[in-house]
Design a protein around this ligand. Structure first.
Ligand code: ADP
Length: 951
């Protein structure tokens, strides 16, 4: 059955008079449940049933009326509806001998049916009664003649909205529950089938008692097999067994059944039995064990009270046979019970997931608000206002501290102000500020009133008025403070990214992630963001890309450019497909004409904007591959119809296509790179040349929903900052076993997740491996080297260090990387240079403490616990008093490129792990709670866009 777009069936307004009363209202587009109460629904259902009996005869007469209608006109969920069709006016039905109604609900997702229709005596009409599914919000149907031709509504299915059912959103939830129940049923069946097989075939080697070394070790109180479904007193002989020590008072019995088929089900206290023989071969302990009704075998292992020491009978576990029913009907009952158990478990999980999503949304909103607050706090060092958040219709007192600016030499300070990023007609003419009184630092002045439609207040400060005056305009960005209570909203920006990579559909490296992330973050702040990409051939088979729709086509540059569109991660994307086959490629890069192809793409993207009369505020291009946009726009388009945009250019990697980079820097109105420190480090590069004034660094962020140990599918026991210890312990165990390292010991694990290239400090990575092990730790590495010589070195290292304390995995393995971050205590990033770096931010989110070389983005995100308390407090919280506001340092760093420098940081971190575990745990928690998302960077990009527009 073809699913077609929703169209309302053209039904009549007729129906049972009673039903048309106030009880049933068509809710149209907004199928809110709010107005429907239970009584309404019951009445509606009864009325609908009555209406069907009470046929609207007049309908059946006129040939002018609709050829299809339902009674009631708006079907009601859970009530009958009668569907009529006029065979004379239906080609597929007219001469058919059998006519059926084929229907389904909610875009055919549930309840499909086919029912024979009957003739209304003496008329050309046929009808059929249908019980509308209770879960329906909409009913689709077509008619069929003699099982063949379909009668539709001008090529589409007939669609009738259904009243008093769930909303489409509620229906999605219902489907989730249905799927959950199906899964619970399948789960329960599989378990019970296996248990029945156990019961039927017996379990080899398991008896009613268990003996070892000629001694009886386990038994029930009777010495016979225990009975499934009852509580059995189970005895266990501790004689000569060191577990718990000689003076143990309690042990723990971890209990499961049927070969742990349902995992550990009980944790019972085991105490010394009284009244049993006690000699060198007998030391009996006892627990009362509720035996699952379907149990053929009781499984258990023993631990001490702290669950530190374990006895699992040398990996064989302790096992006793149980008597279980062979009666079929009992098994059927057990099957139902198991289903109920599984269902309850799944429901609980569903509810917990809902709560987690709500909590996460709250956290995300709080983090976003905090990012704004920190920005204002940092600014407050220079300027703040009273009230702190300006209120419309009220005066605003402004305080300015020249001592923290380059106007510190000036005796006088003038304030010039405006509103709505200077776009408001009202302005605050330069006014002389009152100097601070003795002992104070802030000049002050009062703006008489903030206009009612001002959403932003803007300031610059100067040493005087008119010629010769010097200005503090915050490095060209001006000072801005959002207001409260404005009648107007900030106007959205229109930003168009032109890029050749975008995550997840066309991902080669970090550039792809950044394009998606900046786009989403800016869009989340209320702006319109679009992305233009080449249409690579590999998109055709991509499971990551939804259905594309045709957008437009045009002839240009000797070929036809076809443009399709699709949303990716919530962003509107346009795909440029020249019909000359330029992007008939299976990868983003790798043809020897990449430069030429991408230049063509950039021009075609501009042509697309021109032809579709788009006038974005900002064109944002990235790296050498879309650098061409900057030049081509100013050379060919700006004077030719595409007049409005300004160009932002982001350099993710300085090392490729430098000529192209330099050209775009020159033509762009603003160039950024991916961290402030890296911007400082490369500002002398010929690529930037004399354009340092428009070059800034904005750090990248990570997506906290993708990197989230609480939901990460690759983390064995999910965790957050509150229960990290448990989650990380489980991840450690799994990581060790994956990398072939055994042992339950408590050694620190130091990890590296990295491409192995000179940039990443390979000599320091190698040294750290040796050093970690020499200090009693374990070293793990996930990475691979494109350079065979480097790879060879690492293979040698892996062989040299082979053993229980190291694990090397030479591959790109996304799932394993997640387990690395979760399982490691420490993540090492000793890069020689690092534009931004993501691994240190990801490791913090997973509670692995970063040890890094202080370069580029690593310097901007990792603050040394011993040396950088002030810098951390300022950067992370806008605080100038860490003692008051709290320590925000989050790792260990070093400056040099030699082994001694690395040792300086790594040793301090290992010492902390060994000597002060409580503090180390608190540091891990602090790392996890810090916000390295895009919240703050997005605000900076936004600020930059406005600055480019001269606002
Ligand atoms: P770069 O982009 O220079 O390689 P970044 O730190 O910016 O370095 O980003 C590296 C990203 O690649 C991180 O998400 C990291 O987890 C991932 N990564 C690096 N090596 C591997 C690997 N061998 N397997 C899986 N993921 C890796």
């Amino acid at each position: 059955m073809a699913r077609t777009a929703t169209r309302a069936v053209r039904t009549t307004t007729t129906g049972g008079g009673r039903r048309r009363g106030s009880a049933v209202r068509r809710r149209g587009g907004t199928r809110g449940r709010a107005s429907a109460n239970a009584a309404d629904e019951t009445t509606a259902r009864a009325d609908a049933a009555a209406a069907v009996r009470d046929l609207a005869k007049t309908q059946l007469n006129g040939a002018d009326g609709p050829r299809v209608f339902t009674v009631p006109a708006v079907p009601v969920a859970g009530a009958p509806v009668r569907v009529f069709a006029d065979v004379e006016r239906a080609d597929a039905l007219r001469s058919a001998s059998e006519r059926t109604l084929v229907g389904g609900y909610n875009q055919w997702k549930i309840g499909s049916f086919e029912k024979a229709m009957e003739r209304v005596e003496g008329t050309s009409w046929v009808y059929v009664d249908v019980d509308v599914d209770e879960r329906a919000y909409e009913m689709s149907f077509v008619f069929r003649g003699d099982g063949q031709a379909y009668e539709k509504d001008e090529g589409q299915d007939f669609v009738a909205a259904v009243d008093f059912g769930p909303t489409p959103e509620e229906f999605v939830e219902i489907l989730k529950v249905v799927a959950m129940e199906d899964a619970a049923r399948a789960d329960a069946n599989a378990i019970v089938d296996a248990e029945m097989a156990f019961a039927r075939d017996g379990v080899a080697g398991v008896g009613a008692t268990f003996e070892k070394y000629g001694r009886l070790i386990c038994k029930t109180s009777t010495g016979d097999a225990g009975v499934a479904g009852s509580t059995e007193r189970v005895f266990w002989n501790k004689a000569l067994n060191p577990i718990g020590g000689d003076d143990a008072e309690k042990l723990i019995m971890h209990v499961g059944f049927n070969g742990w088929m349902r995992g550990v089900e009980e944790k019972l206290t085991l105490v010394r039995a009284t009244g049993e023989t006690r000699d060198e071969n007998n030391d009996w302990w006892v627990a009362d064990v509720p035996i699952r009704p379907s149990a053929s075998v009781l499984d258990f292992v023993i631990s001490d009270e702290d669950e530190m020491a374990w006895d699992n009978n040398e990996n064989a576990d302790y096992r006793l046979a149980m008597d279980v029913t062979s009666d079929e009907s009992t098994w059927e009952v057990l099957r139902e019970l198991t289903f109920e158990e599984k269902r309850a478990e799944a429901l609980r999980a569903l509810v917990e997931e809902k709560q987690r999503v709500a909590r996460r949304a709250e956290e995300a909103a709080a983090a976003k608000a905090k990012a704004i607050e920190v920005g204002l706090k940092q600014q407050a060092f220079i300027i703040h206002t009273e009230p702190k958040v300006p209120e419309v219709g009220k005066p605003l007192k402004v305080f300015y501290n020249k001592n923290n600016t380059h106007l510190n030499w000036s005796e006088e300070i003038y304030l010039t102000g405006g509103f709505n990023r200077w776009a408001h007609e009202t302005a605050v003419a330069p006014m002389k500020m009152t100097p601070p009184t003795e002992g104070e630092e802030f000049f002050s002045a009062t703006v008489p009133s903030v206009p009612s439609d001002a959403w932003m207040v803007d300031f610059v400060f100067s040493s005087g008025v008119g010629e010769g005056a010097q200005y503090d305009n915050k490095g060209g960005r001006d000072y801005h403070i959002p207001t409260r209570g404005s009648a107007a909203k900030k106007p959205p920006l229109h930003v168009v990214h032109v890029a050749v990579e975008m995550a997840p559909i066309a991902k080669v490296g970090g550039l792809a992630d950044v394009v998606t992330a900046i786009g989403r973050a800016i869009q989340d702040n209320g702006h319109l963001v679009e992305v233009i990409l080449p249409k690579y051939q590999f998109f055709n088979n991509s499971v990551l890309l939804g259905a594309r729709e045709y957008e437009t086509h045009f002839d240009w540059a000797g070929t036809t450019i076809r443009v399709e569109k699709c949303k990716v991660e919530g962003l509107q994307c346009f795909f440029i497909e020249p019909q000359n086959g330029m992007f008939q490629t299976d990868s983003v890069y790798g043809r020897n004409d990449d430069a030429e192809r991408f230049n063509f793409f950039c021009n075609a993207a501009l042509e697309f904007l021109l032809r579709t009369a788009r006038q974005p505020d900002i064109l944002h291009c990235h790296d050498w591959s879309s650098a061409e946009v900057a030049r081509a726009y100013w050379d060919h388009y700006h004077h030719n119809g595409l007049t409005k945009p300004k160009v932002a250019f982001t350099i993710h990697n300085m090392n490729y296509g430098q000529a192209k980079l330099g050209e775009a820097v020159h033509h762009s109105q603003m160039t950024t790179t991916v961290s402030p420190s890296y911007a400082g480090e490369v500002s002398g590069s010929p690529v930037i040349g004399g354009n340092g004034g428009k070059f800034t660094g904005i750090r990248n962020g990570i997506d906290p929903d993708i990197w989230d140990p609480e939901t990460d599918a690759f983390v064995p026991v999910k965790y957050n900052a509150e229960n990290a210890e448990k989650g990380k312990a489980a991840a450690r165990a799994e990581l060790r076993s994956r990398l072939g390292m055994t042992g339950w010991d408590d050694k620190p694990i130091v990890g590296v997740v990295s491409r192995l290239t000179a940039q990443k400090g390979v000599h320091l990575i190698k040294h750290a491996a040796h050093h970690t092990i020499s200090r009693g730790g374990q070293f793990v590495l996930l990475g691979s080297a494109p350079d065979p010589k480097i790879q060879g070195d690492f293979n040698g290292l892996a062989n040299q260090l082979a053993g229980d304390n190291s694990g090397f995995f030479f591959a790109f393995d996304e799932p394993l990387s997640h387990l690395m971050y979760a399982g490691c205590d420490i993540i090492l990033v000793p890069s020689m240079f690092e534009p931004c770096g993501l691994t240190q931010m990801i490791s913090m989110r997973y509670g692995a403490v970063p040890v890094v070389r202080a370069t580029g983005g690593l310097r901007d995100t990792v603050f040394d616990v011993d040396n950088e308390k002030e810098r951390a407090a300022w950067e992370i919280a806008g605080s100038t008093d860490w003692e008051k506001d709290g320590d925000m340092t989050n790792g260990f760093s070093f400056e040099g490129t030699d082994e001694g420098s690395l040792n300086y940081a790594l040793d301090r971190c290992l010492d902390a792990f060994y000597n002060d575990r409580v503090w180390f745990r608190s540091l891990q928690k602090r790392c996890m709670l810090q916000d390295w998302s895009w919240n703050k960077p997005a605000l900076e990009y936004e600020e930059l866009y406005f600055k480019m527009l001269g606002q």
